[in-house]
Design a protein around this ligand. Structure first.
Ligand code: RM4
Ligand code: MN
Ligand code: MN
Length: 406
C-alpha cells in the first residue's frame, strides 16, 4: 500500500511542469473555498415528480448541519448559501451561531421573487407598481438578513421576463429593473457585493429580462463597483464558450462568482463536472491564469444544484471534488511553456501544453492535500463509513421535509 502511495506521489511530481512546485499547488488547493447551497440538501425534482428521500432536513438548521458535514469531509466547503423565504427563521443571529458551532459560515443570501401568485408577470419588472414595491422590499429585507448573518453577498436571480411578443415593453422592464437594483444597491453596506445572475430562458420563453452576461454587466456598470456578474454554468445556450465570458468579466473586474452545475440540455442543475468536465477545466484555467482562485480575488465559487434521484450529501461532496479536480488540473498547466508556445505561434504545442494539464490524474495529489488538511483522503468513502447518513435517517422523522417552496 505504502509503495503504491509512493509511486503515485512520484507520478504527481514528474507531471508537475507548471512552474509551481507541488507544495505550492497543494497549498493553493488547500485554501480553495467552494460554497454549497442550502437548497441542495432539501427534496427536489422536476415538474413531473419530486422523489422524497429519507433523512432530508426539515429546517434551515438541519440544512446547515448537512452543509457543515460536506465541509468536514472535503475541507474546502466552509460556507453555505441560503435562500429566503425557504430558509427564513425568526432569529438570524441564532442561525448564524448554529452555522459557527457547526464549523461553517453563512454565505450568499438569495432572495426569492418567483414563487408567489403576485409574480405571474414578473417581480421587479412587473407592470404593476405595487408588485414591484413588494419585490424590492424583499430584496431590501435580504440585505438586512445578510447583515444579520454576517454575509457579504446578496445574490440576485430574477425569473422575470415575458412569454409573448408584445406582452410588455422590453425597454420599460429594463427601466424598472434598473430602478429596483439601484434602490437595493444603495442599501448595501460597503463590504457587501451584489451578484447579478442571468439566464437565457425559463421560466419565461420569449425574453428574460436578464438573459445574458452583457445585460447583467450593463446593469452592474450603472450601479457601481459593488455590483458584479454571477455566471451560472447552466444558464447558457448549448455550445456557449463560457470561459470567454469568464475571461472578459475578469478583465473588467466584474466577475462576482459562479453557480456551478452541469447540464446536458437546459437548466439541468446536475453535478458540476458530470456532463462537461473539460468545460469546467477550461473555466478554471481562466481563473488560475488571472490569479483569481483565492478569496482575496473576490470571486465566489458556489454550487447551485439539485439532486433529484441521487443522495444529496454525497452528491455535494462529489461536486466539490469535481471542482477541486478541475482546479488542480488547471494549476498544473505549464504557464511558461504555454506562453512560449503562444509567442512562437505554435498552435499544436500550445494546445498540447493545455491538454497535458487536463490529462493529468490529479486524484493522488488531492488525496495528499486532504491528508495535509487532516481529513480522510477519500471523502465519499469516509462519509459512507461515518454513520451520519444513518443517523439523520433515524433522527429526522416527522415534520415536513424541506424542498422547493418549503
Ligand atoms: C434559478 C437560478 C438561481 C437559483 C434558483 C433556485 O434557476 O439558478 O440561482 O436560486 O434557480
Ligand atoms: Mn443559479
Ligand atoms: Mn439555474
Amino acid at each position: 500500500m505504502r509503495e503504491r502511495e509512493e509511486e503515485m506521489e512520484t507520478e504527481v511530481e514528474t507531471r508537475t511542469r507548471s512552474g509551481r512546485d507541488t507544495a505550492q499547488v497543494r497549498a493553493l488547493l488547500a485554501r480553495q473555498h467552494i460554497e454549497t447551497p442550502s437548497w441542495a440538501y432539501g427534496n427536489s425534482g422536476t415538474r413531473f415528480k419530486v422523489f422524497g428521500q429519507r433523512g432530508v432536513p426539515r429546517t434551515p438548521y438541519e440544512k446547515i448541519s448537512d452543509a457543515a458535514t460536506v465541509h468536514r469531509f472535503t475541507g474546502v466547503a466552509p460556507s453555505v448559501a441560503i435562500h429566503i423565504p425557504w430558509d427564513a427563521v425568526d432569529d438570524y443571529g441564532k442561525l448564524a451561531a448554529h452555522a459557527r458551532d457547526e464549523g461553517v459560515t453563512i454565505g450568499a443570501v438569495n432572495p426569492n421573487t418567483f414563487q408567489e401568485d403576485d409574480y405571474r408577470l414578473g417581480s421587479v419588472c412587473n407592470p404593476d407598481p405595487r408588485i414591484r414595491r413588494k419585490a424590492t422590499d424583499h430584496l431590501l429585507e435580504c440585505v438586512e438578513i445578510a447583515k444579520q448573518v454576517g454575509s457579504h453577498h446578496l445574490s440576485l436571480w430574477f425569473a422575470d421576463g415575458t412569454n409573448y411578443p408584445g406582452q410588455d415593453s422590453i425597454r420599460a422592464r429594463q427601466d424598472r429593473l434598473a430602478e429596483a437594483l439601484a434602490e437595493t444597491y444603495v442599501a448595501m453596506p460597503d463590504d457587501m457585493t451584489m451578484l447579478v445572475e442571468y439566464k437565457l430562458f425559463e421560466p419565461s420563453f420569449y425574453q428574460m429580462d436578464l438573459p445574458d452576461w452583457g445585460t447583467s454587466l450593463l446593469h452592474c456598470l450603472h450601479l457601481g463597483p459593488q455590483a458584479k456578474v454571477l455566471v451560472d454554468t447552466g444558464h447558457h445556450a448549448p455550445g456557449t464558450n463560457i470561459e470567454m465570458i469568464v475571461a472578459t468579466l475578469l478583465r473588467e473586474g466584474r466577475l462576482g462568482g459562479f453557480h456551478f452545475n452541469s447540464r446536458f440540455y437546459a437548466d439541468d442543475d446536475l453535478m458540476v463536472g458530470a456532463a462537461d468536465p473539460f468545460g469546467l477545466f477550461r473555466i478554471m484555467h481562466e481563473i488560475v491564469s488571472a490569479d483569481a482562485l483565492l478569496q482575496e480575488a473576490g470571486v465566489a465559487f458556489m454550487l447551485d444544484q439539485c439532486h433529484n434521484i441521487e443522495a444529496k450529501i454525497p452528491a455535494q461532496i462529489r461536486s466539490v471534488m469535481n471542482v477541486q479536480e478541475a482546479t488542480a488540473k488547471a494549476l498544473l498547466v505549464d504557464a511558461d511553456e504555454l506562453a512560449r508556445a503562444r509567442a512562437d505561434g505554435d498552435v499544436l504545442r500550445a494546445n498540447a501544453v493545455l491538454m497535458d494539464g487536463y490529462d493529468t490524474d490529479v486524484r493522488p495529489l488531492l488525496a495528499q492535500v486532504r491528508e495535509e488538511l487532516g481529513i480522510d483522503p477519500d471523502p465519499v468513502r469516509a462519509y459512507a463509513a461515518s454513520g451520519y447518513q444513518q443517523r439523520i435517517e433515524d433522527e429526522r422523522v416527522g415534520g415536513a421535509a424541506a424542498g422547493w417552496g418549503a
